[in-house]
Design a protein around this ligand. Sequence first.
Ligand SMILES: CC(C)(COP(=O)(O)OP(=O)(O)OC[C@H]1O[C@@H](n2cnc3c(N)ncnc32)[C@H](O)[C@@H]1OP(=O)(O)O)[C@@H](O)C(=O)NCCC(=O)NCCS
Length: 162
Amino acid sequence: MNFHTRKWVKPEDLNPNGTLFGGSLLRWIDEEAAIYAICQLDNQRVVTKFMSEINFVSSARQGDIIELGITATDFGRTSITLRAEVRNKITRKSILTIEKMVFVNLGADGVPAPHGRERIRYADEAYERYRQAVQTSADATAMAAAANEAERLAESEDASVH
Ligand SMILES: CC(C)(COP(=O)(O)OP(=O)(O)OC[C@H]1O[C@@H](n2cnc3c(N)ncnc32)[C@H](O)[C@@H]1OP(=O)(O)O)[C@@H](O)C(=O)NCCC(=O)NCCS
């Protein structure tokens, strides 16, 4: 699981107990998961369908830096299932886990539509395709297309499409 997003816990994020308000955390994790689903499915029209039990494992306090992690655990026909974890960036102590978040891929009509994906997409896959084209093909057009794709994806910070 990659922890791509960091948040700094500020006064406006606190509950009356002086610790991180669960609603703030859920808003952040829902947005993080939606962005992940959008990138994986290559479609802006995805909606949250289902969330399993949310386990607030430990609290965070003002000034803490926390990080949000998402990974895909299953690809359905129109849905994608994700697992989420939030942890303290410094201590790595777990703050929240959600075992199952289901997002549904919608068509332009707002109806669930097949997304055609079967597994997590990684940015370095494009690079691999490029290397294979270099080694096995004299097809200049295919090589140029693969190189362009590799260059575009290399601009993203990490290996996975997130
Ligand atoms: C998302 C929505 C269009 C899906 O409609 P639906 O009639 O349930 O659609 P389907 O029965 O075709 O199911 C769509 C997918 O969701 C999955 N799904 C449906 N209910 C589910 C549930 N309770 N738990 C897990 N997955 C579920 C189905 O298995 C299917 O996935 P698959 O195609 O990969 O097998 C509809 O429920 C909706 O608009 N919900 C509100 C979404 C929303 O506003 N979210 C909050 C803001 S983003």
